[in-house]
Design a protein around this ligand. Structure first.
Ligand code: CAA
Length: 388
């Protein structure tokens, strides 16, 4: 990291989140990876450190930070544990639709408890048959007097089993395609709302990824985000533009964390009477990895700064940083396992967890195939004289 490019607040955030990651998260990462339980002690530590609402405006109790501040914290957490990194970041994904599209009254209602770390929030967009093609969702919301009645099933709901609120996207007008989608903030415990299957995952195992079932789930009409029907899909897309750098920062943290371990191991490990890191072939691998990580980090930060500047066209650079950083994380973590040799393939060492945790970053919040589609669409639009 190039220190001079950071504000004093960002250096402070980096230092505080690194300290928390090293003292609280790293020591418990392996245990929660095995047990697949939510690490409430990490959540408590984040709350006590005052980091829960980094991205939430100050008037709603947050730190008033931007996407760059969020990325700095997510990178540090993920350097110690990818699961705990996303367990934190998914609250930004779930609450960005409120920040982007909620009324003042809705922001006042839902953001302060999230900012304080008292409540967690998830993001319910995907369904079994609507993953990459998010606009084809089937969950319905039908207006009935002062309420909406929700029916449907959400899938891949990260953090959904521990979240008090869930931002649920549902079709209010089936005739209008993506323009007929609306967003609701649904409280866990509402009759008709239930948490279903917990996925048994390759990585990020401390964060529950679950199905959410909605069966005649009646919610007050004032839980419709923004108060207008039909704006949900746009809010989901604007949210993903802001949240994808967070996934990219998770990837940078995982890659950096894996490289840290590989540096230490190749220095200590002796073969042919010398440390493994004294071989030029290994040194070149270390140099390539460090270079790729720094390039990814700088693109993530460029994307975050562009978003924070209020720039109108953020979709392409957001997708680019997610694509690049997550591909780097997969390559770097795989190469780090290689540097550990046979030990890297075994759970006695923490390195294989980095490779398992990295894989999902190429998949969630839009697969990297979808990122390429988004980048190409924007490139072609720019070439045709439109805005990217
Ligand atoms: N910003 C603002 N508006 C946008 C937008 C953006 N970035 N992208 C699209 N829109 C608008 C369009 O302008 C259009 O609006 P109009 O109808 O008013 O013109 C509308 O949204 C529909 O756009 P498209 O026709 O481009 O939509 P599409 O059906 O072709 O799909 C897509 C576009 C990019 C492929 C989109 O479906 C997508 O991003 N898919 C991936 C979904 C995804 O990332 N899912 C992950 C969910 S979260 C998760 O992983 C789980 C978790 O809990 C972490």
């Amino acid at each position: 990291m190039i220190e001079e490019l950071y504000t004093a607040q960002q250096v402070d955030l980096r230092n505080r989140s690194r300290e928390l990651a090293e003292t609280v998260m790293r020591p418990i990462a392996a245990k929660y990876d095995v047990e697949q339980e939510y690490p409430w002690e990490a959540q408590k530590a984040i709350k006590e450190a005052g980091l829960s609402g980094v991205w939430i405006p100050k008037e709603y109790g947050g730190l008033g930070g931007g996407v760059l501040d969020l990325c700095i914290v997510v990178e540090e957490f993920s350097r110690a544990c990818g699961g705990m990194g996303v367990g934190f970041a998914v609250n930004a994904l779930g609450s960005f639709p409120i920040i982007v599209g909620g009324t003042d009254e809705q922001k006042e209602r839902w953001l302060p408890p999230i900012a304080a770390g008292d409540k967690l929030i998830a993001f319910g967009l995907s369904e079994a048959e609507a993953g990459s093609d998010a606009g084809s969702m089937k969950t319905r919301a039908v207006r009935d007097g002062d309420s909406y009645v929700l029916n449907g099933d959400k899938k891949w709901n990260t953090g959904g089993a521990v979240a008090s609120f869930n931002t649920i996207f549902a079709v209010t007008d089936p005739e209008r395609g993506a323009r007929g989608v609306s967003a609701f903030v649904v409280e866990a415990g509402t009759p008709g709302y239930s948490v279903g299957k917990h996925e048994d995952k390759m990585g990020i195992r401390c964060v529950p990824v679950v199905e959410i079932h909605l069966r005649d789930c009646r919610v007050p009409a004032d839980t419709l985000l923004g108060g207008d029907e039909g704006r949900g899909f746009k809010h989901a897309m604007i949210t993903l533009d802001r949240a994808r750098p967070g996934v990219a920062a998770q990837a940078v943290g995982l890659a950096q964390g894996a490289l840290d371990l590989a540096m230490q191991y190749t220095h200590e490990r002796q073969q042919f009477g010398q440390s493994v890191s004294s071989f030029q072939g290994v040194q070149w691998m270390l140099a390539d990895m460090a270079t790729q990580i720094e390039a990814a980090r700088q693109l993530v930060h460029a994307a975050a700064r562009t978003i924070d500047s209020g720039h109108k066209h953020i979709t392409k650079i957001s997708a680019m940083c997610k694509l690049m950083a997550t591909d780097v994380a997969m390559k770097v973590t795989t190469d780090c396992v290689q540097l550990f040799g046979g030990y890297g393939y075994c759970k006695d060492y923490p390195i294989e967890k980095y490779m398992r945790d990295a894989k999902i970053t190429q998949i969630y919040e839009g697969t990297n195939q979808i990122q390429r589609l988004v980048i190409a669409r924007n490139l072609l639009r720019e070439a045709a004289g439109g805005a990217g």
